[in-house]
Ligand binder design. Structure first.
Ligand SMILES: [Ca+2]
Ligand SMILES: [Ca+2]
Length: 268
């Protein structure tokens, strides 16, 4: 998938979500960390395996027969994230029940947004019109959120830590907290004011203390958003130089389809 198509897809998502809030979906696939994803010295690596149909019992058997160690199962798309040998990955890719196999590559936090972004999108004008994003659920898929921060505590509404597998997404790096402030820092007498100072913030930690994480944890966080009725997801992470992940593309397309279906149901 070319980056222009990615931007078009993300633009559609923006149209489906509420305006006057920040969406920083800056994603591109990468083999930047191919050695990390595929294993050093030809050993076991991390892969995403996408089946053509829903995950069935015979698919699980197929993965077991290849000694694949599954650590994520997705339901937005019929796919798993698993460790296996490159040979096993190649055999699975050739199986007619498998749509594709691709590296579960490493992603990194992107550079922090610059403050001019808030005025650039006309946020102050929106605020003056009384639209503060109240009632909008925004997920920060990043390094977590320091929900004790005085600019964020009032808007923090929960989340999950996919790095450590717990329900406490406290930020141990800072990037996610910065993004959360850009989105929804409260309008008080201190600090900064966010694009949508009345929005509810959810922290989904999938980047570690070094600002690094796996694509599969990012996809798991996107699924969490769908399952929990999140309106907007901020994903200020990615990688460069290679086509976008097919699994991520399929996941975003399915999110878009479900969002459209939900809007149609509300109009009926
Ligand atoms: Ca935690
Ligand atoms: Ca403030």
């Amino acid at each position: 998938m070319k980056k222009s198509n990615v931007r078009q897809t993300l633009g559609n998502i923006r149209l489906l979500t509420l305006v006057a809030t920040l969406l920083c979906l800056l994603m591109a696939g990468s083999i930047l960390s191919a050695a990390w994803a595929q294993g050093a010295g030809g050993g076991e690596g991390r892969y995403l395996v996408r089946f053509r149909q829903g995950l069935r019992a015979q698919d699980a058997s197929l993965l077991r027969s290849e000694n694949a160690q599954i650590h994520r199962r997705f339901h937005i798309v019929p796919a798993v994230a698993a460790r296996m040998s490159p040979q096993a990955a190649a055999r699975l890719a050739a199986n007619p029940r498998v749509a594709y196999v691709e590296p579960d590559f490493k992603v990194r936090a992107l550079a922090q947004e610059v403050p001019w972004g808030i005025s650039r999108i006309g946020a102050p004008m929106v605020h003056s019109g009384g639209n503060t994003g109240s009632g909008v659920k925004v997920a920060i898929i990043d390094t977590g959120i320091d929900y004790t921060h005085p600019d964020l505590a009032a808007n923090y509404a929960g989340g999950y830590d996919f790095v450590n597998g717990d329900s406490d997404p406290m930020d141990d790096q800072g990037h996610g907290t910065h993004c959360a402030g850009t989105v929804a820092a409260v309008d008080n007498s201190e600090g900064v004011i966010g694009v949508a100072p009345g929005a509810s913030l959810y922290g989904l930690k999938m980047l570690n203390a070094n600002g690094e994480g796996s694509l599969s944890d990012g996809i798991a966080a996107i699924e969490w958003c769908v399952d929990n009725g999140i309106d907007i997801a901020s994903m200020s992470w990615g990688a460069y130089d290679e086509p976008i992940s097919e699994t991520l593309r399929d996941c975003l397309r399915e999110c878009l389809r479900q969002r459209r279906a939900a809007r149609c149901r509300r109009r009926q």
